[in-house]
Design a binder for this molecule. Structure first.
Ligand code: GAL
Length: 725
């Protein structure tokens, strides 16, 4: 259902009719941004309007006797759906899914028309709106849509609890809801299968007459889902009547037990310090409207940074992102939409409904370990938050609740006190909670607006930014009463005019909006085990006059090596060791070089850093004293894309010097030429920012080869080929 939609930026009432003049509509595919925005300095109201989407759907006679639903995964912010001219449903809220039933309005064997009025204005009656918020809620039908065909009776939801794994046996319980009119008995069968679809265990429940049933599979021979081995199983639930299959649904699950205690977080009974970043789901130009591959890539980027947790600030995010977190072993704190503001009673009802929609959609993800059931950084509200907590516990007994606040002495209705504590140093949790005893506690934001940093800022600032991230994690490791720290934030993001740097960007990420790393990103990587990846990133561009007052010292090298050797002009200088004094909490503190090599205007030299593990040289990085731009280098995340729905991958371009280092102050414009079944999202001419830039490709859906050639005034890049098959 994602292809062949018609779109108009102006909704008119006559668009509801099955037949209308479609000349003003353009053909589009989902996910869709109602308006493409420039990279920065744009009018934030440009995507805040009411638009119309139409889709012609031919439904053959074979569908007669079935029930048909259209499932929307995300429409910002209010959707009103008409089928063949009749209103079939509406939904308030841009981050949670909804369905409309079209059964009674279908013309079988004929063309049918779905019209969706999409109101993407910031309506006061819908969370998170009502006051200012520090991010943009881009408009449109920005997630996928599908057609669901079921029998009269069907399985409406299955909650699978896989957390009972710490006792003598590993057990799984299921809570199944049926949409059932027929009063005759049904048979429900639950099958647990492994990766190869081998059935491991089966549960049969006969004579089902109720619409809600539960059961358990016990003493299971299963492996636990963990971050290093995120093993998933398949659960199939079948609904049968007189041996005839009526419905079948499938889920992936992971067996694991997650618990926040007063002395830290435990996964499967093992203590784990949580190291994370907050993620906004926004991208340059098309905002939220990115398909599966880009969503998955974000999870991969975060895992590659060495994180063990991500917070989906400040709303439920794409199922593709969450599925990927399940697959690669990245924990998730997911929360309801909102930012500081609490609206009236109707608004609160929607927020409570958001708790239900979020949990019902995402209950079966092993990666999710906590539900955030407060509006981010809102004031205490006893009745409201009693409702959200109660609902969460009613729907899901297996997960703890949190509620992200910036208040000290705030009423703790949740299981975990989750705090945005922007102080430089970690505070003892009791000084925040005001409680006499320690409670489960986690810091959910730090750094962010306290130290905004652009990828192209002066070296000193980039270093300080990195140091703030690393120091805060170092302190968290030392305090067992802080379960973890999720810093602000993963990626730079577009925002409203009253936040950010005046250009509609909050430069709070450890990467830029193209996911190109700043120095701070390497502090995360350096916390990885060397068996996973060997990391050594000197916090310098190796220029004598870049920092205030000249020089490059003190020089920290973010690394998980035992030591770093320095060679100047090819001659060994010394071996430098990790700074254990300052970073007592870290397993792999940065190596510190305090010795000064420079004088203003003095001789400058080439340098080579060699990372050592034991006696072995394992990684090196070279700098030249006089970098000269030598090449424009293009790279692509994926060289194969899929036909069908539109697919995407990221291109990155950088100008490098003689030894392959980025030239951060070069000022070239890149011109892109693209051939084949794809196009560049956003502009085809772009200035490098800090020596590099990114761009995403949108496939047309056809098979073929996409060829991208980039050039600037000085260089032609290596050509890129992407096969679409
Ligand atoms: C927090 C807020 C985030 C972001 C951050 C910037 O107060 O929760 O959404 O605005 O500040 O540091």
């Amino acid at each position: 259902m994602n292809n062949d939609w018609l779109y108009s930026e102006h909704f008119e009432t006559h668009h509801i009719a099955p037949v209308c003049d479609e000349a003003e509509f353009t053909k589009i595919k989902l996910p869709h941004a109602n308006k493409e925005t420039p990279y920065n300095y744009f009018d934030e109201r440009m995507y805040q309007f009411v638009s119309a989407y139409r889709k012609h759907i031919f439904l053959g006679r074979g569908y007669q006797g079935k029930r048909l639903f259209i499932d929307f995964e995300g429409v910002m912010a209010y959707a009103k759906c008409y089928f063949n001219g009749e209103l079939v449903g509406d939904h308030k809220g841009g981050y949670t899914p909804f369905s409309v039933e079209i059964t009674n309005h279908i013309r079988y064997g004929e063309d049918n028309v779905l019209t969706v009025m999409v109101d993407s204005t910031e309506r006061d009656d819908i969370p998170p709106f009502g006051d200012t918020i520090d991010y943009l809620c881009y408009g449109g039908i920005y997630r996928e849509v599908s057609l669901r065909v079921v029998e009269e009776d069907f399985i409406s939801s299955v909650f699978i609890d896989t957390s009972d794994v710490m006792g003598a046996t590993k057990n799984m319980s299921v809570d199944i809801r049926l949409n059932k009119k027929d009063t005759s008995p049904y048979e429900v069968m639950v099958q647990l299968c492994d990766d190869d679809c081998q059935v491991l265990e089966t549960l049969k429940i006969d004579g089902v007459t109720e619409s809600r049933i539960s059961g358990a599979l016990t003493d299971l021979d299963v492996l636990l889902w963990s971050l290093d081995n995120p093993i998933q199983y398949k659960v199939e639930v079948l609904l049968k009547k007189d041996d005839e299959l009526i419905d079948v649904v499938e889920y992936k699950v992971g067996f694991r037990h997650a618990e926040f205690k007063a002395d830290g977080f435990y996964l499967n009974g093992s203590y784990m310090n949580l190291v994370g970043l907050n993620r906004h789901q926004a991208y340059p130009y098309i905002g939220y409207a990115m398909p599966k591959r880009a969503q998955e890539k974000d999870a991969d980027i975060l895992k590659d940074l060495g994180l063990n947790i991500v917070r989906t600030s400040h709303y439920p995010q794409s199922r593709h992102f969450l599925n990927r977190c399940d697959e690669i072993g990245l924990l998730v704190l997911e929360e309801i939409p909102g930012w500081q503001h609490i609206g009236d009673e109707d608004w609160k009802d929607i927020a409570v409904e958001n708790v239900r929609e979020m949990i019902e959609r995402d209950y079966n993800h092993p990666s999710i370990i906590m539900w955030g059931v407060r509006i981010n950084e809102s004031q205490d509200d006893h009745d409201f938050y009693t409702r959200t907590n109660d609902l969460s516990r009613e729907l899901d007994k297996s997960r703890q609740t949190g509620g992200i606040r910036y208040l000290t002495d705030s009423e703790l209705l949740e299981d975990v006190y989750t705090m945005n504590d922007f102080d430089y140093h970690q505070n003892d949790q009791k000084s925040i909670t005001g409680l006499d005893d320690y409670v489960p506690y986690m810091v959910t934001e730090k750094v962010g607006h306290i130290y905004p940093t652009k990828r192209f800022d002066q070296e000193q600032r980039l270093v300080e930014h990195a140091t703030r991230h690393l120091s805060a994690h170092n302190e968290t490791f030392l305090d067992k009463h802080i379960s973890g720290l999720i810093c602000w934030c993963a990626f730079d993001y577009n925002t409203h005019h009253n936040f950010g740097s005046g250009d509609h960007i909050c430069y709070h990420g450890v990467t830029d909006m193209f996911r190109i790393p700043k120095l701070a990103a390497y502090t995360y990587k350096s916390m990885k085990d060397p068996s996973d990846e060997i990391v050594m990133e000197p916090a310098t561009i190796w220029a004598q006059g870049e920092r205030d007052g000249c020089g490059i010292n003190p020089l920290e090298i973010y690394t998980n090596c035992d030591a770093v050797q320095l060679y100047i002009d090819g001659k060994y200088v010394d071996t430098f060791l990790p700074n254990k004094n300052r970073y007592k909490g870290l397993k792999y503190p940065p190596v510190l070089i305090e010795k000064d090599f420079s004088t203003w205007g003095g001789h400058w030299s080439d340098a080579r850093f060699v990372g050592m593990i034991g006696e072995q040289a394992v990684i090196e990085k070279t700098y030249v004293k006089d970098p000269v731009a030598k090449a424009l280098v293009a790279s692509v995340d994926d060289s194969k894309l899929s036909v069908g729905d539109w697919d995407t991958t990221r291109l990155t371009f950088k100008i490098v010097d003689q030894v392959g280092n980025v030239t951060p102050f070069i000022n070239e414009v890149i011109e892109l030429e693209i051939e084949g079944p794809g196009e560049i999202i956003g502009p085809k001419h772009m200035a490098l920012i800090g020596g590099c830039i990114g761009a995403w490709i949108r496939t047309s859906g056809e098979a073929g080869v996409i060829r991208v050639n980039a050039k600037c005034t000085r260089f032609k890049a290596n050509p890129i080929e992407i096969i679409v098959e």
